[in-house]
Ligand binder design. Sequence first.
Ligand code: EPU
Length: 420
Amino acid sequence: MEKLVITGKTPLKGEVVISGAKNAAVAIIPATLLINGTCTIENLPNISDVRLYCDILTEIGAKITWNSEHEITIDTRNIDCNNIPIETTRKFRASYYLLGSLLGRCKSAKVGIPGGCNLGARPIDQHIKSFEALGANVDVSGGNIVAKAKKLKGTSIYMDVVSVGATINAMLAAVLAEGQTIIDNAAKEPHIVDVANFLNTMGADIRGAGTDIIKINGVKELKGGATYSVVPDQIEAGTFMLAAIASKGDITIRNCITKHLESIIAKVVEIGGNVYENGDYCRVWYTRRTHKATIKTLPYPGFPTDLQPQMGVVLAISEGTSVINESIWDSRFQYTAELNKMGAKITAQGKSAVFEGVHELSAAPVYASDLRAGAALIMAGIAAKGKTEVYNLHHIDRGYENIEEKFRKLGAKIERVIEE
Ligand code: EPU
């Protein structure tokens, strides 16, 4: 079993370069299945979810060439839509994008009910509703989802909840549908815009991504032949911003889009941290003990749920009593029990948690329950007194590229160790 061993109380200092966005990459890779041709994707994060998705596409018949550690060329001319490796699709959440893209390309798709981080109930009713509105039949049984259509026809879809996955899936299924599709109450995250930009570069006609109404004029085919660069990861950038504060450090974050980080920058400044922002980079530094805050996670442009655990670490050691309300996932406070093992005073109940700030954390063996919880525990280990051990690294490797290397370059004392 692998673990990270972190000797704490090191202020992080220096520069970090942010990778491409995981949640854009895991949508763009399946989106290439809509193209009858080749395309090149740059700035891909080299993480296990991306590698897994490439394996799935290879099984489906796509030819993938790794041009470098962060760039692939995909040739999707000879895919076989019946060749989806169902068991592999169960391993992660983003496999549901195969439904939208293969429905669009082949009018039929079958995937295993997707797994992914255990954050509580993760329904996909809005995905199914969107496919059905476009003219597909969707059957969920035996642990699989099967979607089939004679043809897909543009329509109006009103999302009952703001959903990243359902918005992207509806977009994927509508790109090659006949006529116009309007998605109302769409999610507005930067990765929604990125997927739309990617598809438009390949010949789609999508307007309004990044607002709550997206209009897709169906086109006959996507030809590809172009190169696309994945947007920088807003959540990775936010993780390092919060790590700068938690460790009492001073970090310059390169290759980020500060416009995507507004809700995080506002909170860091509100609690007494310092931020200088300049378009594609920002500097975040600590000068005095930060203080309490009230946070509510919301869809973009609100405070992201995917930075809630990392913010929780900062509030656990900030002055005063803070409250976090998690409005997206039912079960995203599992990390608080681990932080309490390190001396934090957090009471979590349902979708709220109260943080009574302590002066410092102390080392303990802790277990990542999911990807972002894992990032938060690494941050906590860097800030804490003593030697912290973080377990369940597979969660972290799914979404952060070379995380210990990036922290080590900033001065953290962190090693990956294989335990017998
Ligand atoms: N929801 C429904 N019905 C649906 C879809 C969603 O009720 O059909 C609800 C969910 O239960 C949740 C809310 O809507 O309460 C938002 O869910 P959303 O669909 O936006 O989440 P997702 O697409 O499954 C993506 C990210 C998550 C991130 C959320 C919210 C990917 C692969 N995953 O999940 O990322 O937390 O959006 O921003 O893009 C992570 O990166 O650590 C992660 C969990």
